[in-house]
Design a binder for this molecule. Sequence first.
Ligand SMILES: Cc1ncc(COP(=O)(O)O)c(C=O)c1O
Length: 371
Amino acid sequence: MNEYKFAHRVENIEESGVRKIFNIRKGVSDVVDFSLGQPSFDVPDKIKNATCNAINNGFNKYTLTQGLPEFREKLLAKLEKKYNKKIEDIIITGGASACLFFALMVLVDEGDEVIIPDPYFVLYKPVVKIFGGRPVLVDTYPDFRLRGDKLKKAISPRTKILIFNNPVNPTGVEYSASEVKIITDIARRHNLILISDEVYEEFVYDFQFESAFPLYENTILINSFSKTYGMPGWRLGYACGPKEIIKKMLTLQQFSFVCAPTPLQKGCISALSTDVKDLISQYKKKRDIIYDGLKDVFEVVRPQGTFYIFPKVPWGKDQEFVKEAIKNKVLVVSGGTFSERNTHFRISFATDDDTLERGIKILKKLAKKKI
Ligand SMILES: Cc1ncc(COP(=O)(O)O)c(C=O)c1O
């Protein structure tokens, strides 16, 4: 076998723990799959049909790098109305992942510090490191809420960015309006760039979602069509914010992925007028089923948003418990995939109610079985 000399920047980057589980799933039948970070519903027919029509009508060439003009303009108008503010610029990309990648690539220099609340979405830490930055993790256990005092303590003269995910993958925390205000005020006082990852904004169950975007001018809002419209495989997302930053991201897209897929951009114009409230409202019941099912046996925080719940393992380390769960055909992801701690595990409750009940039963049995 060849021994390749890899670039220093990727030497210590490992495969995502979520992908590992995804690979285990192949070839195992009759599993309770609690591992997936995607909604269980399919793309609404109206959007599918519009996209097929786009292909049949010749929307198969490149678009402008910043996005198909009609899509971009309509999206921008919708967002300006929603946030009641003039948006400086917007770029349409291959999902929120591409936005995060570009935003960090244009901003992070060797040694720059990027604050990331822990637990965190899997992409943040490796991508900061790829660009030579230093991830500064702020522990938010046991209730998983980033508090002002802890945030302030983590800020140093090298701090450049705060990555703020709300609602949070993997914990299901949704921040209240006053919490978001505290965090944006601190970001302003310390002149940080706030990357606000709001891909789960529609998946909220107890109170209205509060975006950081209109509260602080140095915010890059990152959002996606993946979760809201059940289309993670379509790879469509967007970033908006300060025009100088978006322009630099655009240049990178020019020299990498060129543009987001054209027929999907055309088809997703119809997504902008598609109401998905009914699809998402089913997730509140799923949240209740999983939380009520686990709370008496597991130490667990009730999620207010997303489709994840993050219980503490009842015994052993996260990987031991997860291994045992997988042996019993319940696929969950160990907490260490999203955290510096090895004490919890993530369940995605984006599945049908029967599967939820089946999984809860098995997990409860495993919790009582000390090994
Ligand atoms: C918090 C968070 N941000 C971003 C993404 C990436 O989404 P996309 O499919 O748009 O790349 C995910 C996907 O799981 C996520 O959980």
